[in-house]
Design a protein around this ligand. Structure first.
Ligand code: SF4
Length: 290
């Protein structure tokens, strides 16, 4: 039974007028707030002996591959993140289709630019599969321009909608009732849709229990010595999925929390480890150069 089912905070609010949320706004819960953890925090590794590392060393985390740490415990990471930052209310979007559009447009750009493009679509009454299917390519490209790589994204969005109508008669309910593995393969076969986009669509629009891996996830795990740079997307995804219950709400919240930490703490340059809620998991033998 999914242990996350009692948390209701992920419902997306409805508004009369369109207003996109900011993605992953920093939110810190007071130290005095009641505990939000789902697991027994007494199990968290706090001693260096929890990490079977060799003698301490200082490495540049940008250029060096740390020793592989076999003791990755995703639940403990989740508990620490959730206790520190609380629910993130992802994915911002009023409808499943809007979430899909956001997942496609967010490739290689900031969420602020995605918001601008979605506002354009909303203003032009284009936020439906039917409208995207009907609109001419040049008109759609014009609306998507703020999101960058807009011609490529126009092709991807058109490709997705054509697939939706050709295979599922335009019905998102039919689309998302397809078994996860089958639908994932179908999405990956579409032009412009890679694993991160496919999994974002499956998880956030379709509520399929699949873990989304992004650059932030990879960077954090690499700095903590759990993966190295050669790990494939699916290897990292399975690290999470094999250790956690298949619960879409848990995966939803976990990924959003990772993005928050990646944006505000685990930055490419000068990570803010001393202020980070994951600092307790950073092996002392891997000290980032700041
Ligand atoms: S403690 Fe935080 S900022 Fe430092 S490497 Fe880990 S995730 Fe990144």
């Amino acid at each position: 039974m999914p242990f996350f089912r009692d948390l209701r905070f992920l419902d997306l609010p409805l508004f009369r007028r369109y207003r996109a949320f900011k993605m992953a706004a920093t939110r810190t819960v007071s130290q005095n707030a009641p505990p939000l953890t789902l697991q027994n925090t007494a199990l968290l590794p706090t001693r260096r002996s929890d990490f079977p590392f060799a003698k301490p060393q200082t490495v540049n985390t940008e250029t060096s591959t740390p020793e592989f740490a076999p003791s990755f415990m995703p639940r403990s990471y989740f508990d620490a993140l959730f206790a520190a930052h609380g629910p993130q209310h992802w994915w911002p979007g009023r409808t499943r289709f809007e979430i899909i559009v956001g997942a496609i447009l967010t490739q290689n750009t900031s969420w602020t630019n995605v918001e601008r493009a979605i506002r354009n679509l909303h203003g032009a009454r284009m936020l439906s599969p039917q409208a995207i299917r009907r609109v001419r390519f040049t008109r759609l490209a014009q609306l998507l321009r703020p999101s960058g790589y807009f011609r490529q994204k126009t092709k991807t969005l058109k490709s997705f909608v054509n697939f939706l109508f050709d295979s599922y008669a335009g019905s998102l309910s039919r689309l998302f009732s397809t078994p996860t593995a089958v639908l994932r393969e179908q999405l990956l076969a579409l032009r412009g849709i890679g694993p991160e986009t496919a999994d974002s669509i499956l998880l956030y629009a379709g509520k399929h229990p699949i873990f989304v891996v992004d650059a932030y996830t990879r960077r954090i795990l690499q700095r903590h010595g759990h993966v190295h740079s050669k790990f494939a997307y699916d290897e990292i995804r399975k690290l999470f999925e094999s250790a956690l219950p298949a619960d879409h709400q848990l995966f939803n919240e976990f990924h959003a929390l990772i993005v928050n930490v990646g944006k505000h703490y685990c930055r490419p340059e000068s990570p803010r480890c001393s202020e980070c809620s994951l600092a307790r998991f950073l092996p002392q033998s891997i000290l980032p150069v700041t």
